[in-house]
Design a protein. Structure first.
Length: 316
C-alpha cells in the first residue's frame, strides 16, 4: 500500500492507488470525480496530475462539498453541487466537450454516514431522512409511511436482497397504523422484531441500504450516468466505477460487457447487425482491496472497481 491509501484526517479513499493507476492516461487532462464526497480520490489524483490538468468534482450533498478545502488541489478545480446524472449539462456549462477520465465511487460518504441527523446509520438515532440531496422533499419517512405493504416488501427485497422482506414490510405497516414512523430507531425496531437475532445486523444493513437506494433513485441515476458518461469521454478516456453492492456492480458489469462486444461482418449480414466495440474493458474481473487495505478500512471490504476505456469508434 502506498501513501495514497494511508488514512487521512478522517477519511480514506477506497482503492485509491488502483484508481489513479488505471484512470490517468493523460497527466494534463480533464478528470471528473462524479462522487466527490470528502475529496479523497481527487486529492490522490491531484498528486499525480500535472499542474495544467483540470478536476471537476460533483456531489449532490452540499455538506460534503462545503467542508472541502480547495487549496488542497493545486490544479484548476470546479466543484459543482448536483446529481451526477446531470454530467453532460455540467460539462456544457463549463464549456467542456470531452474529458479524459470519470470516476464514480458510489454510495455515501463517511461524514454523512456518521451524522445522526441524516438517518443513514441504523446504529444512530435520527430522523427517517436518508437524502443525499437535502433540497429534495422525498425522504425515507415518505417511503416508509406512504408506500403500500407490497411496494415496501419489493424494495426491501430488490434493493436490499433481504429474504425476510415480506415479514419486515408487514411489521412496518402494523407499526405505522398506531403512529407515523419518524425515526431510524422505529425502522430498526420493525426489522429487529422480524428477523432471527443472529442475523439482525446484516438485515438492518440491507434494509437501510434498500430505503437509501429508493430515496435517492440510485439505480436509475447510475443507469443514466453510464449512458451519458461514455459520450463525454474522449477516445482513450476511461470510466472507473467503484461499487459496494451486487446490484450496482451487475449494472456496471453488464453495461461494460454490452458495449465492448463486437459482432464482425459475416456473409449476408446487414450493416445494422455489425457491431464495432465502443468500449474496451480494462479490468476483466473487478479489482478488490487487498488484505492490508481491507483490514485498515472496513468500507473497502465490499468495494469492486471496474474500469473501461472508450475506443476511437463512433457509437452505433
Ligand atoms: C463514497 S462517497 C465518495 C467518497 C470520495 N470518493 C472520497 O474519497 O472522499 C460517495 C459520494 O457520492 C455522493 N453521491 C452519491 N450519489 C450521487 C449522485 N447521484 N450524484 C452526485 N453525488 C452523489 C454522495 O453524496 C457521497 O458524498
Amino acid at each position: 500500500m502506498s501513501q495514497l491509501s494511508q488514512p487521512t484526517f478522517r477519511h480514506t479513499p477506497v482503492l485509491a492507488d488502483e484508481v489513479c493507476q488505471l484512470l490517468i492516461n493523460d497527466r494534463s487532462g480533464v478528470y471528473v470525480d462524479g462522487t466527490f464526497g470528502l475529496g479523497g480520490h481527487s486529492k490522490a489524483l491531484s498528486l499525480l496530475l500535472n499542474d495544467d490538468a483540470t478536476l471537476v468534482g460533483i456531489d449532490q450533498d452540499e455538506s460534503a462539498l462545503a467542508q472541502f478545502d480547495p487549496s488542497l488541489i493545486r490544479q484548476k478545480l470546479h466543484l459543482v453541487c448536483t446529481n451526477f446524472e446531470n454530467l453532460d449539462q455540467v460539462l456544457h456549462d463549463l464549456n467542456m466537450t470531452q474529458v479524459h477520465g470519470i470516476l464514480l465511487d458510489l454510495g455515501l460518504n463517511s461524514f454523512s454516514l456518521g451524522d445522526p441527523k441524516r438517518g443513514f446509520a441504523f446504529s444512530l438515532t435520527g430522523p427517517l431522512d436518508m437524502r443525499f440531496d437535502r433540497s429534495n422533499e422525498f425522504t425515507a419517512e415518505t417511503v416508509i409511511n406512504e408506500y403500500s405493504q407490497e411496494k415496501l416488501a419489493e424494495i426491501i427485497f430488490r434493493y436490499g436482497e433481504e429474504r425476510n422482506s415480506r415479514r419486515i414490510a408487514r411489521r412496518i405497516v402494523e407499526m405505522r397504523t398506531q403512529k407515523r414512523l419518524t425515526t431510524s430507531d422505529e425502522l430498526k425496531l420493525a426489522v429487529v422484531k422480524s428477523v432471527d437475532p443472529r442475523f439482525q445486523n446484516k438485515s438492518l444493513a440491507r434494509v437501510f441500504q434498500a430505503f437509501r437506494i429508493e430515496v435517492n433513485r440510485e439505480m436509475e441515476v447510475l443507469g443514466t450516468l453510464l449512458e451519458s458518461a461514455l459520450d463525454c469521454l474522449a477516445p482513450g478516456g476511461r470510466l472507473a466505477v467503484i461499487s459496494y453492492h451486487s446490484l450496482e456492480d451487475r449494472m456496471v458489469k453488464n453495461h461494460f460487457r454490452d458495449l465492448s462486444m463486437d459482432v464482425p461482418r459475416q456473409p449476408g449480414m446487414h450493416d445494422s447487425e455489425i457491431k464495432i466495440p465502443f468500449l474496451k474493458r480494462i479490468t476483466a474481473k473487478p479489482l478488490i482491496a487487498g488484505d492490508v487495505e481491507a483490514g485498515l478500512n472496513p468500507r473497502a471490504r465490499s468495494a469492486k472497481l471496474r474500469v473501461a476505456e472508450r475506443t476511437s469508434h463512433a457509437r452505433q
